[in-house]
Design a protein around this ligand. Structure first.
Ligand code: PMV
Length: 299
Protein backbone atom coordinates (compact mmCIF):
# COMPACT_ATOMS: atom_id res chain seq x y z
CA UNK A 1 0.00 0.00 0.00
CA UNK A 2 1.25 3.49 -0.88
CA UNK A 3 0.96 6.25 1.72
CA UNK A 4 1.32 10.00 1.27
CA UNK A 5 1.70 12.86 3.74
CA UNK A 6 2.42 16.58 3.87
CA UNK A 7 4.28 18.94 6.22
CA UNK A 8 4.31 22.75 6.21
CA UNK A 9 7.32 25.01 6.16
CA UNK A 10 7.20 27.72 8.80
CA UNK A 11 8.53 31.07 9.88
CA UNK A 12 9.37 31.87 13.47
CA UNK A 13 7.77 35.29 14.07
CA UNK A 14 9.63 35.62 17.38
CA UNK A 15 11.39 33.45 19.96
CA UNK A 16 13.85 31.25 18.06
CA UNK A 17 16.70 29.88 20.17
CA UNK A 18 15.03 31.04 23.41
CA UNK A 19 12.49 28.26 22.77
CA UNK A 20 15.31 25.70 23.13
CA UNK A 21 15.73 26.99 26.73
CA UNK A 22 12.04 26.61 27.61
CA UNK A 23 10.83 30.12 26.61
CA UNK A 24 7.81 30.58 24.31
CA UNK A 25 8.05 31.13 20.55
CA UNK A 26 5.47 32.15 17.94
CA UNK A 27 5.56 30.25 14.65
CA UNK A 28 3.41 30.40 11.55
CA UNK A 29 2.99 27.94 8.69
CA UNK A 30 3.81 29.06 5.16
CA UNK A 31 2.57 27.79 1.81
CA UNK A 32 5.85 26.02 0.99
CA UNK A 33 6.34 22.56 2.46
CA UNK A 34 7.06 18.93 1.62
CA UNK A 35 5.08 15.95 0.36
CA UNK A 36 6.24 12.36 0.99
CA UNK A 37 5.21 9.07 -0.62
CA UNK A 38 6.01 5.79 1.15
CA UNK A 39 5.83 2.17 -0.07
CA UNK A 40 6.81 -0.94 1.87
CA UNK A 41 10.24 -2.31 0.79
CA UNK A 42 13.07 -4.70 1.76
CA UNK A 43 15.27 -1.94 3.16
CA UNK A 44 14.97 1.68 4.29
CA UNK A 45 15.60 4.16 1.45
CA UNK A 46 14.84 7.88 1.28
CA UNK A 47 15.24 10.35 -1.54
CA UNK A 48 14.58 14.08 -1.17
CA UNK A 49 14.53 15.46 -4.72
CA UNK A 50 17.99 14.51 -5.99
CA UNK A 51 19.43 13.92 -2.49
CA UNK A 52 19.88 10.57 -0.74
CA UNK A 53 22.51 9.33 1.71
CA UNK A 54 23.20 7.78 5.10
CA UNK A 55 21.96 10.71 7.21
CA UNK A 56 18.59 10.82 5.44
CA UNK A 57 18.30 7.03 5.75
CA UNK A 58 19.16 7.20 9.46
CA UNK A 59 16.47 9.87 9.96
CA UNK A 60 13.90 7.71 8.12
CA UNK A 61 14.84 4.74 10.31
CA UNK A 62 14.48 6.88 13.44
CA UNK A 63 11.01 8.09 12.39
CA UNK A 64 9.89 4.57 11.41
CA UNK A 65 11.33 3.19 14.68
CA UNK A 66 9.30 5.71 16.68
CA UNK A 67 6.16 4.52 14.85
CA UNK A 68 7.06 0.80 15.13
CA UNK A 69 7.03 0.53 11.32
CA UNK A 70 9.35 -1.69 9.20
CA UNK A 71 11.40 -0.87 6.04
CA UNK A 72 9.89 1.51 3.47
CA UNK A 73 11.06 3.33 0.37
CA UNK A 74 10.16 7.02 0.67
CA UNK A 75 10.29 9.78 -1.95
CA UNK A 76 9.98 13.44 -0.91
CA UNK A 77 9.28 16.53 -2.99
CA UNK A 78 10.19 19.65 -1.01
CA UNK A 79 9.12 23.12 -2.15
CA UNK A 80 10.56 24.73 1.00
CA UNK A 81 14.24 25.68 0.65
CA UNK A 82 16.50 23.69 2.98
CA UNK A 83 18.95 25.31 5.43
CA UNK A 84 17.11 28.60 5.22
CA UNK A 85 15.40 28.75 8.63
CA UNK A 86 12.04 27.93 7.06
CA UNK A 87 11.70 24.59 8.82
CA UNK A 88 12.48 22.42 5.78
CA UNK A 89 13.81 19.51 7.80
CA UNK A 90 10.77 19.38 10.11
CA UNK A 91 8.37 19.75 7.16
CA UNK A 92 9.97 16.67 5.62
CA UNK A 93 9.94 14.81 8.96
CA UNK A 94 6.21 15.44 9.42
CA UNK A 95 5.49 14.51 5.77
CA UNK A 96 7.48 11.27 6.17
CA UNK A 97 5.73 10.36 9.45
CA UNK A 98 2.31 10.94 7.87
CA UNK A 99 3.23 8.96 4.75
CA UNK A 100 4.46 6.01 6.87
CA UNK A 101 1.24 5.99 8.91
CA UNK A 102 -0.91 6.30 5.82
CA UNK A 103 1.00 3.37 4.19
CA UNK A 104 -0.11 1.21 7.17
CA UNK A 105 -3.71 2.41 6.73
CA UNK A 106 -3.43 3.93 10.22
CA UNK A 107 -5.19 7.12 11.27
CA UNK A 108 -2.73 9.73 12.51
CA UNK A 109 -2.73 11.37 15.92
CA UNK A 110 -0.75 14.51 16.80
CA UNK A 111 1.24 12.53 19.39
CA UNK A 112 2.36 9.84 16.92
CA UNK A 113 3.26 12.28 14.13
CA UNK A 114 5.12 14.64 16.49
CA UNK A 115 7.01 11.81 18.24
CA UNK A 116 8.17 10.43 14.87
CA UNK A 117 9.05 13.92 13.56
CA UNK A 118 10.95 14.58 16.80
CA UNK A 119 13.00 11.39 16.32
CA UNK A 120 13.69 12.52 12.73
CA UNK A 121 14.81 16.01 13.86
CA UNK A 122 17.18 14.60 16.50
CA UNK A 123 19.28 13.00 13.76
CA UNK A 124 19.94 16.43 12.23
CA UNK A 125 20.22 18.49 15.37
CA UNK A 126 20.74 16.95 18.76
CA UNK A 127 18.49 19.16 20.87
CA UNK A 128 15.41 20.36 18.93
CA UNK A 129 12.84 22.37 20.90
CA UNK A 130 10.04 20.78 18.85
CA UNK A 131 8.70 24.12 17.57
CA UNK A 132 9.56 23.32 13.94
CA UNK A 133 7.79 19.95 14.02
CA UNK A 134 4.81 21.53 15.82
CA UNK A 135 4.48 24.24 13.16
CA UNK A 136 5.07 21.73 10.34
CA UNK A 137 2.22 19.68 11.79
CA UNK A 138 -0.32 22.38 12.60
CA UNK A 139 0.16 25.14 10.03
CA UNK A 140 -1.59 28.36 11.07
CA UNK A 141 -0.12 30.52 13.81
CA UNK A 142 0.95 28.86 17.07
CA UNK A 143 2.34 29.79 20.47
CA UNK A 144 4.73 27.04 21.51
CA UNK A 145 6.67 26.06 24.61
CA UNK A 146 8.53 22.82 25.22
CA UNK A 147 6.45 22.25 28.37
CA UNK A 148 2.95 23.07 27.08
CA UNK A 149 3.37 22.27 23.36
CA UNK A 150 1.09 23.79 20.72
CA UNK A 151 -1.44 26.54 21.46
CA UNK A 152 -3.23 27.82 18.31
CA UNK A 153 -3.25 31.64 18.20
CA UNK A 154 -6.12 33.83 17.10
CA UNK A 155 -4.79 36.17 14.39
CA UNK A 156 -7.04 39.25 14.50
CA UNK A 157 -5.62 40.91 11.38
CA UNK A 158 -3.85 38.87 8.67
CA UNK A 159 -0.08 39.28 8.92
CA UNK A 160 1.55 40.13 5.59
CA UNK A 161 5.14 38.97 5.40
CA UNK A 162 7.93 39.17 2.88
CA UNK A 163 10.31 36.23 3.26
CA UNK A 164 13.80 37.01 1.98
CA UNK A 165 16.47 34.36 1.44
CA UNK A 166 19.41 36.38 2.74
CA UNK A 167 21.64 33.28 2.69
CA UNK A 168 23.93 31.46 2.75
CA UNK A 169 22.32 28.22 4.03
CA UNK A 170 23.21 27.63 7.68
CA UNK A 171 23.18 24.61 9.98
CA UNK A 172 20.60 24.78 12.79
CA UNK A 173 22.73 22.36 14.83
CA UNK A 174 25.80 24.62 14.59
CA UNK A 175 23.86 27.76 15.47
CA UNK A 176 22.17 26.08 18.48
CA UNK A 177 25.62 24.90 19.61
CA UNK A 178 27.03 28.42 19.22
CA UNK A 179 24.35 29.76 21.60
CA UNK A 180 25.21 26.98 24.04
CA UNK A 181 28.90 28.00 23.90
CA UNK A 182 27.90 31.65 24.44
CA UNK A 183 26.03 30.52 27.55
CA UNK A 184 29.15 28.75 28.82
CA UNK A 185 31.36 31.84 28.24
CA UNK A 186 28.83 34.54 29.20
CA UNK A 187 25.96 33.03 31.23
CA UNK A 188 24.85 36.54 32.29
CA UNK A 189 24.54 37.74 28.69
CA UNK A 190 22.61 34.64 27.61
CA UNK A 191 20.24 34.81 30.59
CA UNK A 192 19.47 38.51 29.93
CA UNK A 193 18.95 37.93 26.21
CA UNK A 194 16.62 34.97 26.83
CA UNK A 195 14.50 36.80 29.35
CA UNK A 196 14.32 39.84 27.01
CA UNK A 197 13.13 37.59 24.19
CA UNK A 198 10.57 35.97 26.51
CA UNK A 199 8.99 39.38 27.23
CA UNK A 200 8.95 40.28 23.54
CA UNK A 201 7.20 37.00 22.65
CA UNK A 202 4.55 37.44 25.36
CA UNK A 203 3.84 41.00 24.18
CA UNK A 204 3.81 39.87 20.54
CA UNK A 205 1.09 37.38 21.37
CA UNK A 206 -1.07 40.24 22.69
CA UNK A 207 -0.38 42.27 19.52
CA UNK A 208 -1.34 39.36 17.24
CA UNK A 209 -4.56 38.71 19.17
CA UNK A 210 -5.45 42.42 19.20
CA UNK A 211 -4.52 43.15 15.57
CA UNK A 212 -1.74 45.61 16.55
CA UNK A 213 0.49 45.05 13.53
CA UNK A 214 2.66 48.13 14.17
CA UNK A 215 3.37 47.00 17.73
CA UNK A 216 4.25 43.54 16.46
CA UNK A 217 6.70 45.05 13.94
CA UNK A 218 8.48 46.97 16.74
CA UNK A 219 8.79 43.82 18.81
CA UNK A 220 10.26 41.96 15.82
CA UNK A 221 12.89 44.70 15.45
CA UNK A 222 13.81 44.37 19.14
CA UNK A 223 13.98 40.58 18.80
CA UNK A 224 16.43 41.06 15.90
CA UNK A 225 18.62 43.29 18.11
CA UNK A 226 18.77 40.63 20.81
CA UNK A 227 19.53 37.89 18.26
CA UNK A 228 22.35 40.04 16.82
CA UNK A 229 23.71 40.43 20.35
CA UNK A 230 23.84 36.63 20.53
CA UNK A 231 26.04 36.60 17.37
CA UNK A 232 23.32 35.00 15.25
CA UNK A 233 23.07 37.72 12.61
CA UNK A 234 25.25 38.24 9.54
CA UNK A 235 26.00 41.24 7.28
CA UNK A 236 23.55 39.83 4.69
CA UNK A 237 20.78 39.49 7.30
CA UNK A 238 21.40 43.05 8.56
CA UNK A 239 21.36 44.39 4.99
CA UNK A 240 18.09 42.59 4.16
CA UNK A 241 16.50 43.93 7.38
CA UNK A 242 17.70 47.47 6.57
CA UNK A 243 16.41 47.35 2.97
CA UNK A 244 13.04 46.05 4.21
CA UNK A 245 12.70 48.73 6.92
CA UNK A 246 13.83 51.55 4.59
CA UNK A 247 11.21 50.51 2.04
CA UNK A 248 8.40 50.59 4.61
CA UNK A 249 8.42 47.30 6.57
CA UNK A 250 6.94 47.60 10.07
CA UNK A 251 9.58 45.22 11.41
CA UNK A 252 12.22 42.80 10.13
CA UNK A 253 14.30 40.04 11.64
CA UNK A 254 16.04 36.78 10.92
CA UNK A 255 13.81 33.73 11.21
CA UNK A 256 15.00 30.31 12.37
CA UNK A 257 18.52 29.52 13.41
CA UNK A 258 20.30 32.55 11.87
CA UNK A 259 23.93 32.59 10.73
CA UNK A 260 22.45 33.00 7.23
CA UNK A 261 19.12 31.68 6.00
CA UNK A 262 15.96 33.75 5.84
CA UNK A 263 14.73 37.16 6.99
CA UNK A 264 11.06 38.02 7.49
CA UNK A 265 9.63 41.51 7.10
CA UNK A 266 6.17 42.41 8.42
CA UNK A 267 4.42 44.79 6.03
CA UNK A 268 1.21 46.72 5.48
CA UNK A 269 1.73 46.23 1.75
CA UNK A 270 4.28 43.60 0.73
CA UNK A 271 4.75 44.64 -2.92
CA UNK A 272 7.21 47.58 -2.46
CA UNK A 273 9.28 45.67 0.11
CA UNK A 274 9.49 42.53 -2.00
CA UNK A 275 10.49 44.68 -5.00
CA UNK A 276 13.15 46.59 -3.01
CA UNK A 277 14.72 43.35 -1.74
CA UNK A 278 14.73 41.85 -5.24
CA UNK A 279 16.29 44.96 -6.75
CA UNK A 280 19.01 44.66 -4.08
CA UNK A 281 19.77 41.16 -5.43
CA UNK A 282 17.89 39.08 -2.82
CA UNK A 283 15.41 36.35 -3.62
CA UNK A 284 12.11 37.03 -1.84
CA UNK A 285 8.44 36.06 -1.80
CA UNK A 286 5.30 37.25 -0.01
CA UNK A 287 3.02 35.23 2.23
CA UNK A 288 0.07 35.93 4.50
CA UNK A 289 -0.50 34.47 7.96
CA UNK A 290 -4.15 34.08 8.85
CA UNK A 291 -6.14 32.18 11.46
CA UNK A 292 -5.14 28.64 12.48
CA UNK A 293 -5.47 25.87 9.96
CA UNK A 294 -6.66 22.33 10.21
CA UNK A 295 -3.75 19.93 10.69
CA UNK A 296 -2.16 19.16 7.32
CA UNK A 297 -4.05 21.84 5.40
CA UNK A 298 -2.24 24.13 2.96
CA UNK A 299 -1.59 27.46 4.66
O1 PMV B 1 16.50 27.00 11.36
P1 PMV B 1 15.25 26.34 11.80
O2 PMV B 1 14.06 26.65 11.03
O3 PMV B 1 15.44 24.87 11.95
O4 PMV B 1 14.92 26.95 13.25
C1 PMV B 1 15.11 26.28 14.41
C2 PMV B 1 14.64 27.07 15.58
C3 PMV B 1 15.63 27.05 16.75
O5 PMV B 1 14.96 27.69 17.83
C4 PMV B 1 16.90 27.81 16.41
C5 PMV B 1 16.01 25.63 17.16
C6 PMV B 1 14.89 24.83 17.82
O6 PMV B 1 15.04 23.61 17.94
O7 PMV B 1 13.90 25.42 18.27
Amino acid sequence: MTGTGRGNGKTLLLGEHAVVYGMPAIAAGIRLGAVATAVRGDAFALRVGAHAGPELRAALEAAAGALGVGPHRVEVEASVPLGSGLGGSAAIGVAVARALLSAQGEAETPERVLTAAGAWEKVFHGNPSGVDAAAAYSGGCIYFTKAAGIEPLFVAVPLRLVVCLAGPPASTKEMVESVQRLGERRPDLLAKSLSGIESLVKNARLCIEAGDVRGLGQLMNYNQMLLSGMFLSTPEIERACAVARESGALGAKLTGAGGGGAVIALCEDTAPIEAALKSDGFSAFSTEIGASLQPGAEP
